[in-house]
Every structure is written in C-alpha cells, then in structure tokens.
Write a protein that binds this ligand. Sequence first.
Ligand code: IRO
Length: 315
Amino acid sequence: MNDTNISLATAFAGLELHSCLYNASGPWCTTREDLDSIGKSSSGAILTKSCTLEERAGNPSPRYYENQLGSINSMGLPNKGYKFYGEIAADIQSDFDKPYLISVSGLSLKNNLYMLAELNGNSNVSAIELNLSCPNVPGKPQTAYDFKQVVHVLTEVTKVNAKPLGIKLPPYFDIIHFEEMAAIINEFEVSFVTCVNSIGNGLVIDVEKEAVVIRPKGGFGGIGGDYIKPTALANVRKFRELLRKDIAVIACGGVKNGVDAFEHILCGADAVQIGTQYHREGTSCFSRIAAELQDIMKNKGYAKLSDFKGKLIQY
Ligand code: IRO
C-alpha cells in the first residue's frame, strides 16, 4: 500500500511530479485512450509516443517481442502525428493533475524545428522530450551518435524553443563518448536528458524456429528490459556526474520493480521512466513499483528522494 509519509515527489525542468515514476515514450502512449489510462494511473506524468510531422503506421509486424529478460522492438515510429498530441493537450491538462510531455522525433531537422515552433505556441504542453536516438527507421541514423550533428541540431532547436526541453539519448559505451556528449549538452539551454533509449540493433533469436523474432530490418531492433539495466545505470550515473547541476537526468532502462527504481535514483536520477515493464503489465506497474520503492525507503529510514539521490558509494 502507498505510504503517505514517504514521498516520491520530484521536480525537474520547472515541473512538479507527485511521483518520480512515469511511462517511457514507446509502449501504450500513442492513442488518446492510452494517454487517458496513464492520466488515471499513479504515473507521475504523461509522456507521448515520439511523434512526427505526419501520422505514421510504422514498420510491418511482428515488430515487438519480449521474453523474461526483456524486449526487442522495431516499431518504426508509429504515431498519430504531432498535431494530434498538441490538440489533446488542453483536455489532458484539465482532466489530469500532472505534467503532459510530448516526445518529438522528426524525420529531419527541418521537421523537428517546425514541430517545436508549433508546440511552443501551446501553453498546455508542459515540456518536450526531443528524441535523438530512434534506432528503427530504415535509412535514418541515430542522431545522438553523430556529435557534430548534435551540435547543429541543438544550435537550431534552441533558437526556436522556449519550453523546457529534454533530449532522449541512446546508451553510450565509452567514457570519451560520455564526456564529449556531456560537454556538448552543457553548452545549450537543455533542462533534462533521458538516459537511455533502447540499445539499438540487437538481435533476438527463436531457437526452435531457427528464426528472428521480429520482421523489420532482418530481425534487428532496439533492446529493452533486464538486458539493458547495467548500461542504463552507467549512463545515468555518468551523465549525472558530467552535466551541469541544473540539467536533470531522467532514468530509463530495465526498471521492473522498486529495487531497479531505487538503483537509478542512487545513481542520480531525478525521475524514472518505465518502458518494457509498462508494456507487459499495463498502468498498474506505476502503483506497484511506487509501493515497492516506498517499502525500500521505509526500511532504510528515507522519507524523500533527496535522502539518497545520487549518493551511490564508490570505493
Ligand atoms: O521503433 C520505434 O518507434 C522506436 C523509437 I521512435 C525509439 O526511440 N526507440 C525504440 O526503441 N523504438
């Protein structure tokens, strides 16, 4: 049960969340019904599926698969188009007392600039998470692995954007890459980063069938779930260490219970998104994981996140 003496409240990018746990952009956040369900749940915020200029059907199915260890997806950005997510913002804000964030993932910089300019005129959009790390659109590289391009994108984006802006990053695997990326982000008006998107272009195999498990791109897709937790924790930890203190770090990757959320916060996360487990379990994951996290905090004598946030001990 929820323990009201133990607060999971957090704040970042000028937004106040009653709970630090909310949905990752991806699973069950595409339609109005999906977003209403998140609104009615214990989720601390409502985040949309990454959107494009026009509505997209995405890649051919099967395009999502999961086993006990995690998920592989090659959805290919199915979404209802940015206009839809802007148009429902006023209703979402009046129905639910929590921030409404739109994830934007244009197929070109020009498209991103156009969508950002439009969404900036909408006072009911609380913040924007700019996705620079989608691994699944055939022929489109993951922008955030091209540092020169990131500088160009952030230079142009921050000219048109005045809203709280976050960037969804892919996982990095080399210390020099953490340092280079953090140094770039530190130069711009960025309010938060989300670490991490799925590990791009993994491969899961069905041994019985001797076949891949998803159709697009020869079976290659983004990996989520337990498989990626150590990588996600490392990215949260390293970016927290390297980024300006006013830039929040939002964790995403391998969170299926209270322990996982606790670990991310210990690494310095200001909030924690849930992707693969939300896909499996639906919106009940937000209250279940909140109760588990509060239990851990109670046992350790912590009353609020700042009692342990970022306080990971190293030897
Ligand atoms: O295939 C997708 O839609 C997708 C996206 I935009 C992303 O950012 N990450 C992911 O794993 N899948």
